[in-house]
Write a protein that binds this ligand. Structure first.
Ligand code: GLN
Length: 192
């Protein structure tokens, strides 16, 4: 399976490392051509407004949304989950493919970025918690009926799945605990 990481902005390189540790071949996606050459995609953290602007400028945002709508497996983290969410507060454009509502920067500013344990569902083997690095993270405020919650920060959903979409409000790519990436590769059908 060819796994791509959207590499227009943000911490895409860390995802390539995590995917490789999890046994996948991973590559950056920066062009419309590279988008056609992948079977799964990561939407990394960064700044969702900037990524939207860059995608518009690149001219292949519609094709990206079409591929996602057609079931391209996707792992979205932080800004990535904001791009996919159906409802975003304060309001901003989004792909609307993941039936959740998120509030941007809901846990505070950069200075209040923090590491909090994320409690995992039984879908995950190993320790019941993982380190959750929250960097100006969105908060999931609403979860639709077709969305499974796989991890919590306190009472807040922090890791969710809807079909071939796996999405986290934190950054699982930078702690060295690659269980979210392994889970995603399973979902995407690319486990080695
Ligand atoms: N606050 C950013 C946004 O709204 C997300 C931050 C992140 O991806 N670490 O897009």
């Amino acid at each position: 399976m060819r796994c791509g990481v959207l590499a227009l902005q943000g911490d895409w390189a860390a995802h390539i490392g995590a995917l490789e540790r999890a046994g996948a071949a991973a590559r950056p996606v920066r062009t419309a051509t590279e988008l056609e050459e992948i079977d799964a995609l990561v939407l990394p953290g960064g700044e969702s407004t900037v990524v939207l602007r860059l995608l518009e400028r690149e001219g292949w945002m519609e094709r990206l949304v079409e591929r996602l709508r057609n079931g391209l497996p996707v792992l979205a983290t932080c800004a990535g989950i904001i791009l996919l969410a159906r409802d975003v507060t304060p309001e901003q454009p989004s792909f609307g493919l993941l039936d959740i509502g998120v509030r941007r920067n809901a846990y505070g500013r950069q200075v209040s970025s923090t590491i909090v344990p994320v409690r995992l569902s039984e879908a995950f083997a190993g320790p019941a918690e993982m380190e959750g690095v929250f960097i100006r993270a969105p908060r999931i405020e609403r979860v639709g009926p077709g969305v499974e919650v796989l991890g919590w920060r306190g009472d807040d959903p922090a890791l969710v799945r809807q079909g071939a979409i796996v999405a986290a409000t934190f950054h699982p790519e930078i702690t060295g605990d690659d269980r979210v990436h392994r889970y995603f590769l399973d979902v995407a059908g690319g486990t080695p």
